[in-house]
Write a protein that binds this ligand. Structure first.
Ligand code: ASP
Length: 351
């Protein structure tokens, strides 16, 4: 444990925002059936909470949603909840379905500018009401991480993070890697921020240190006129052209091969150039789970660059999509979007 506050005199305050997902299913004590928990009675479901050195308030989505239904409207709702109560809490824990948790974490990392407090997303693979649930450990540890402080009073992890199965990850670097199994998340292109075993092993030099004098600036707007597509051998011009000709599209995340390569068919490069000349931002992300796009490495990558395609560096798809939505809502000028895409806004890319 590094420089962590051990003084227990001060009672911390954490807001638990329950959005839905598997974690919220409890066992009916009478029938034994799994049903949605009322998180306003969290202490009944988790008596262990009385040993936590924090006062916990709960904000519940009504109705709770499966995370497949998360969308920019709900992200804005979460930003609103945090912004309205920002000064009342040491940190925030968001209980969320695992399926789109990495998208929400990425979106929030952009929408909560100058964040100076922990925002920890967590969930579980097994419902809270099931005997072998991973939910209790995930929630309890996330709460501890949300109020953990340095001796000078500043939070240990003032970032949007995902905590799951002993690992604390930067939210906009995380991705869901397992549909079953407790180790559901990882961040292949960025080290863990903390490993929670017997002790909390914080990796300080990987944790962002914000300017604590700056005010947190919430952003509520996202422009979802984006698409994601994967290249594959045998891709057909007629189909692809029809999709990319949709005039509403403002941003494209293109999942390419290896270090950012694409088939060298002239029609593909011509089409991509036509689209970028229309002012659409095309971001090149690798289909590989780890590694970085290097468009100067092979001729095929170089030709994409010539067609106006931007490098997504080592971004996850989740971070690239939500960053495009965020920038498109802020800027109407495509040049500004391109400039900002090439910058790290919230530690989402290594440049
Ligand atoms: N389908 C669920 C969800 O993402 C799965 C989970 O919670 O893990 O909401």
């Amino acid at each position: 444990m590094q420089n962590q506050e051990t003084n227990t005199k001060h009672l911390h305050h954490v807001l638990l925002i329950y959005t839905g997902g598997t974690i919220g299913m409890g066992r009916n004590p009478v029938t034994g059936a799994l049903e949605p928990l009322d998180f306003n009675h969290l202490h009944d479901a988790m008596p262990e909470l009385k040993y936590v050195n924090a006062e916990i308030d709960v904000y519940q989505f009504t109705p709770p949603i499966d995370s497949s239904d998360m969308a920019p409207r709900q992200w804005a709702q979460i930003v609103r909840i945090i912004d309205d109560r920002y000064n009342d809490y040491d940190g925030f824990v968001i209980l969320h379905g695992t399926d789109t948790m990495a998208y929400t974490a990425s979106a929030l990392s952009f929408m909560l500018e100058n964040l100076t407090k922990p925002v920890i997303l967590t969930g579980s693979q097994l419902p809270m009401g099931q005997l072998r649930t991973d939910g209790k450990e995930n929630v309890l540890t996330s709460i501890e991480l949300a109020y953990a402080h340095h001796l000078d009073g500043t939070p240990m992890v003032p970032e949007v993070c995902i905590y799951f199965n002993g690992k604390l990850l930067r939210g906009n670097r995380a991705t869901k890697v397992a549909a079953d199994g407790f180790a559901a998340f990882d961040s292949y292109n960025y080290p863990h921020l903390c490993d929670a075993g017997v002790n909390f092993d914080y990796h300080q030099h990987h944790i962002f240190r914000p300017d604590f004098t700056k005010k947190m600036m919430p952003h509520f707007a996202m422009d979802p006129h984006v698409i994601v597509f994967s290249l594959f051998p045998g891709i057909q011009e007629s189909i692809f052209r029809r999709i990319l000709e949709a005039t509403e599209i403002r941003g494209i995340v293109m999942r390419s091969f290896g270090s950012g390569n694409a088939p060298q068919q002239p029609w593909l490069l011509r089409l991509l150039r036509e689209v970028t000349e229309r002012g659409v931002t095309i971001v090149n992300i690798s289909q590989c789970a780890s590694g970085v796009v290097e468009m100067g490495r092979y001729d095929t990558g170089y030709q994409l660059k010539e067609a106006g395609v931007l490098s997504g560096y080592d971004s996850t798809v989740e971070a690239a999509v939500t960053k495009l939505m965020f920038l498109q809502a802020r800027y109407s000028d495509p040049h500004m979007i391109r400039t900002m895409m090439a910058r790290s806004i919230a530690g989402e890319i290594t440049i």
